[in-house]
Design a binder for this molecule. Structure first.
Ligand code: PGA
Length: 252
C-alpha cells in the first residue's frame, strides 16, 4: 500500500547549468515509469532551474533542507515560503550530514519537519544509526527514538506527507550497503514504531526508503524487500544512467 519513492540527493554537487542539462537528459529516460514517484533534491541555487527544466515531466523537485522560522535574522538560511514560491514540492530534513557536520539535533529536525508540513511540503525525514550504535546492538532503540522525537506533534493527517528515509550512517557514501535483510529489518522497526505512535493503517501506508550506497547494482535486491518502499540515493543520483536503472528496478 505504501507508494514507492525514488529520490536523488545531490548534496553539494551540480551548478545551475549542470542541473538543466541533467534534468533534460533524465526526463525521457524516466518518462512513463509511474510505479514510483521520482524526486530530485538539489542545492538551493539549482532549484528554480530544476523546477523549470522538469516542467511537464514526472520528475518532482526537492530541497535538501529548510529553516523552521518564517523569516528574519537567520543568515544563510532559507524559508518554506521561498521554496514554495519557486515551485519546490519536497524537502529533505534531518540528513545525517546535517546532524554530523551542522549541529542538527532531533529537536531542530522536529521544528523543521513541522514547519515544512505546515507549509504543504512533502518531507523526506532521514534517520539512522551510526556504526558504534549498530555494533553495540542498539540500532532498533536508536531509530525508534529518532522516529518518535523527529515526528513529535505531527498529526496522523500530516504524516501522509512524510516519507521516512532509513539511512544507516555507516553506509552513506562509503560503498558499504546494509544487506537487504538489515534494511528490511530496520525499516520494519521504524514501521512498527509508526504503528505504536499512530495506527497500523498509518504504518502500512507510510513510505519508508532505504538510503546508503544504493546503486544500479544493488537496488533491485533492496527494493524487493517488504519494508523497503524506495530509496534515497546520493552518489548514484549524479549519473542519469545509474539513477534511471534504480527507477527501472522500482518499476520492474
Ligand atoms: P549515498 O548517499 O547513496 O552516496 O550513500 C545517500 C544519502 O546520503 O542520502
Amino acid at each position: 500500500m505504501a507508494r514507492t519513492v525514488i529520490a536523488g540527493n545531490w548534496k553539494m554537487n551540480m551548478t545551475p547549468s549542470e542541473t538543466k542539462a541533467f534534468i533534460e537528459t533524465l526526463k525521457p529516460m524516466v518518462a512513463g515509469k509511474d510505479k514510483c514517484d521520482i524526486v530530485i533534491c538539489a542545492p538551493y541555487v539549482d532549484l528554480a532551474t530544476a523546477v523549470e527544466a522538469a516542467k511537464g515531466s514526472n520528475i518532482k523537485i526537492g530541497a535538501e533542507n529548510v529553516h523552521f522560522e518564517a523569516k528574519g535574522a537567520y543568515t544563510g538560511e532559507v524559508s518554506c515560503a521561498m521554496l514554495k514560491e519557486i515551485g519546490c514540492e519536497y524537502v529533505i530534513i534531518g540528513h545525517s550530514e546535517r546532524r554530523q557536520y551542522f549541529g542538527e539535533t532531533d529537536t531542530t529536525v522536529n521544528l523543521r519537519v513541522k514547519a515544512a508540513l505546515a507549509a504543504g511540503f512533502k518531507v523526506i525525514l532521514c534517520l539512522g544509526e551510526v556504526k558504534e550504535q549498530r555494533l553495540a546492538g542498539i540500532t532498533d532503540e536508536v531509530v525508534s527514538m529518532q522516529t518518535k522525537l523527529d515526528l513529535a506533534e505531527v498529526s496522523e493527517d500530516d504524516l501522509k506527507n512524510v516519507i521516512i528515509a532509513y539511512e544507516p550512517v555507516w553506509a552513506i557514501g562509503t560503498g558499504l550497503t546494509a544487506t537487504p535483510e538489515q534494511a528490511d529489518e530496520t525499516c520494519g522497526v521504524i514501521r512498527d514504531t509508526i504503528a505504536v505512535i499512530y495506527s497500523s493503517k498509518a504504518a502500512k501506508e507510510i513510505t519508508i526508503q532505504y538510503g546508503g550506497s544504493m546503486n544500479d547494482k544493488n537496488a533491485a535486491e533492496l527494493l524487493a524487500k517488504k519494508n523497503v518502499n524506495g530509496g534515497l540515493i546520493g552518489g548514484a543520483s549524479l549519473v542519469p544512467e545509474k539513477f534511471t536503472a534504480i527507477v527501472d528496478a522500482a518499476n520492474a
